[in-house]
Design a protein around this ligand. Structure first.
Ligand code: GLN
Length: 293
């Protein structure tokens, strides 16, 4: 185990020298060794194998990349989201744990075993995290994964194929909800039961001042203008045209945007119910609105 201890320490020191906090440097070092060895984080400490020369070189490359402050998920090429293991690269946002909670909110609205196939859109799908999770949960749903970036859409497509979900998903390229017009979701018979989105919601100032890691992520997925509400405002204004009576819009938002978005939603009489919901950390994080029944 001396080999493990000294390898972990060496990586940790290199990552700390690049500006990472001690705890993050340690866990990132552990994750890299897990990935390389096939160990879990627990078995790493009991079954750590001797690394081959090729593995050493790979590890060195990863540490170098992480030292440049590239997010660990891009370095390793994958991220977990609920029970999904997703390919990620710099074309897509790294899925965040907060966003997993958005899926729980959907589960509170629609029971998984319910009769009738749901029609759902995931706007700005990125890696496909939200859309794929919901497609997996609602076994007979019809999903539309919308995305402005063709490179991101390719990543989402590959993730869906790996999960065996492609058949029930349409991947559509375009700006926010606009692609839904091409598949007639604004027609009375084509409307949706649910629109979910983790759109960009940082202010430009927040984006500029963000940790170096965020600048490896697509700016289009993060920066939403002066008050960070550009995409959120449009979704609240434009979603009713695509929703059935009684259907829902669920959005991830920034922790200080709830009041502004509730006030914005008031002017659209389509919404019968609107509310803001906190995340596990107690911060306003989600906006929910129900279309008039
Ligand atoms: N939660 C992300 C962050 O603060 C922002 C995600 C987004 O803008 N959709 O890094």
């Amino acid at each position: 185990m001396i080999a493990l201890a000294s390898t972990l320490l060496e990586i940790q020191e290199r990552l700390q020298a690049a500006g990472l906090a001690a705890r993050e440097a340690r866990t990132d070092a552990e994750w890299m060794l897990c990935e390389l060895s096939g160990c879990t984080r627990a078995s790493l400490y009991t079954h750590f194998p001797k690394l081959s020369e090729a593995q050493q070189a790979q590890l060195d490359h990863w540490v170098q990349q992480r030292s440049e402050r590239r997010p660990l998920q891009y370095v390793l090429g994958r991220a977990t989201f609920r029970d999904l293991d997703l390919e990620v690269n710099e074309a897509v946002l790294v899925p965040r744990p907060e966003t997993e909670q958005l899926v729980d909110l959907v589960l509170e609205i629609y029971a998984p075993g319910r009769a009738g196939a749901l029609k759902i859109a995931d706007v700005g799908t990125g890696s496909g995290a939200l859309g794929l999770s919901l497609t997996k949960i609602y076994g007979n749903c019809r999903m539309f994964c919308l995305e402005i970036s063709p490179a991101a859409l390719e990543v989402a497509r590959r993730n869906a194929a790996r999960e065996g979900l492609s058949r029930r998903i349409s991947f559509l390229e375009g700006d926010l909800l606009q692609p839904l017009e091409t598949v007639h979701c604004a027609d009375p018979a084509g409307k949706l039961d649910l629109i979910v989105s983790n759109p960009p919601y940082l202010t430009t100032a927040e984006w500029v001042c963000a940790a170096p890691e965020l600048h490896f992520e697509p700016r289009v997925a993060l920066d939403a203008g002066e008050d960070g509400l550009n995409a959120l405002r449009r979704l609240v204004a434009e979603a009713p045209a695509f929703l059935k009576p009684g259907a829902w819009l669920l959005l991830e938002i920034g922790c200080d945007q709830g009041a502004a978005l509730l006030a914005w939603a008031k002017q659209f009489s389509d919404w019968s119910r609107v509310r803001v919901q906190r995340d596990w950390a107690g911060r306003d994080r989600f906006f929910l609105a129900q279309n008039q029944a």
